[in-house]
Write a protein that binds this ligand. Structure first.
Ligand SMILES: [Zn+2]
Length: 390
């Protein structure tokens, strides 16, 4: 049975108001007065106030965590509201940390909320994380996930991990003192662009609610002590099939940060590690803005427009006069292109269409290939505002 991560901390008594508020915890022998005092003395950092960060912050605040730090640099957007239940419709346009703080305070005024309206980076991560007992990772990208992992290992703090995509989620506790870390499970990030983000691939709204509350549950157990944590176990959840599975995770003795002979002793450049810095060998992709494309169409220039999106995305919004060719068929259908005419490739946000251009280049296509910058969403914002942004 796991010991509390703050077992050495000096605890202060609960007030009568706190006893009233947390009575359903106090009635549990596993939590009790001692456990609740530990929650009150605890400091938890939540990285990201999106889909996972929302239930994490809501439930940890309600549970009586004394100090909650929240890190996010983003602003609330309409498309967040389908799952990021800490933000309301009136919060659209506000910094996520400000909106989250208001909501946390309305749930539990006893919770001390510290906001970091910034992007977590190699420069600030150790400084921010060192003041916390537990870190809950609610990020949606690989560079921050490796950064959070490494900072937690270096500081000796448990990292309560969750991730989501479409209908599937994962959760674990990476606590290098007692078990594996994220690098033991995934030594290398996937090649950039290979794994689509939720912004491109979608996510069912309740999924982060389920995975984020699992993370909150793990955080509470680490603080209170006791129970069986997800340390050394990877929980896999499929919400479409409604199935939970579990994989046993071992610590990798060769792990570069938590293994026997670590080679990483400080934070590194995570953008480079995740392959996000532009490589000098790769030929850059030429872009065209939505406004430029509109001008060329207005001037009746011949242009081939290729929509690389999936059929269910084209059902959301159609691009005028575009030919639909799914990404996977691009190279095979090279003969349908005329190399004498410029070809413009579109997708939702201008990421996947880059792969279409690369695929055609690799297949030996010689004509000019242009990528619509920021995708059909840019067209809807800049050119035809009657179209929806999704
Ligand atoms: Zn490791």
């Amino acid at each position: 049975m796991a010991e509390s991560v703050i077992k050495e901390r000096t605890l202060t008594d609960l007030t009568n108001e706190e006893i009233g508020r947390y009575s359903r915890h106090l009635l549990l022998a596993e939590v009790g007065i001692e456990g609740q005092k530990r929650l009150k003395a605890s400091r938890v950092l939540i990285v990201g106030t999106g889909g996972l960060g929302a239930p994490l912050a809501l439930y940890l605040a309600a549970a009586g965590v004394g100090k909650l730090g929240i890190v996010d640099f983003d602003f609330v957007e309409e498309s967040n509201l389908q799952r990021q239940v800490i933000h309301g419709t009136r919060d659209v346009g506000r910094p996520k940390v400000a909106s989250a703080k208001d909501r946390i305070k309305s749930i539990n005024p006893y919770c001390d909320v510290v906001i970091y309206n910034t992007m977590l980076s190699s420069e600030n991560a150790l400084d921010i994380l060192k003041d916390y007992d537990v870190v809950a990772d609610g990020t949606d990208n690989y560079q921050t996930r490796y950064l959070v992992n490494d900072a937690c290992v270096l500081l000796g703090i448990p990292n309560v991990y969750g991730s989501i995509f479409q209908f599937e989620g994962q959760a674990s506790v990476f606590y290098a003192k007692e078990g594996p870390c994220y690098r033991c499970l995934y030594p290398e990030p996937p090649p950039p662009g290979l794994v689509p983000s939720c912004a491109e691939g979608g996510v069912v709204g309740v999924l982060p609610g389920i995975v984020g509350t699992i993370q909150a549950n793990e955080v509470i157990k680490l603080i209170v002590g006791g129970g069986d944590s997800l340390t050394g176990r990877l929980l896999l959840f499929d919400s479409w099939k409604m199935k939970f599975r579990e994989l046993k995770l071992d610590k990798d003795p060769q792990c570069p940060i938590c293994g026997k002979e670590p080679t990483i002793h400080e934070l590194i450049d995570y953008e480079q590690f995740c392959g996000l810095k532009k490589s000098t060998t790769e030929e850059p992709v030429e872009t065209i803005t939505a406004t430029e494309l509109k001008q060329r169409l207005d001037e009746n220039e011949p242009i081939q427009i290729i929509d690389t999106r999936e059929p269910h995305e084209r059902a959301i919004v159609k691009f005028p006069e575009a030919k639909a060719i799914p990404l996977g068929q691009m190279a095979r259908r090279i003969d349908e292109f005329d190399p004498a005419i410029d070809a413009v490739f579109i997708c939702k946000i201008g990421q996947r269409s880059i792969f279409a251009i690369r695929a055609l280049r690799e297949a030996g296509y010689t004509g000019r290939l242009l990528n619509l910058k920021d995708g059909i969403n840019a067209w809807a914002r800049e050119v035809d505002t009657s179209l929806p942004v999704y």
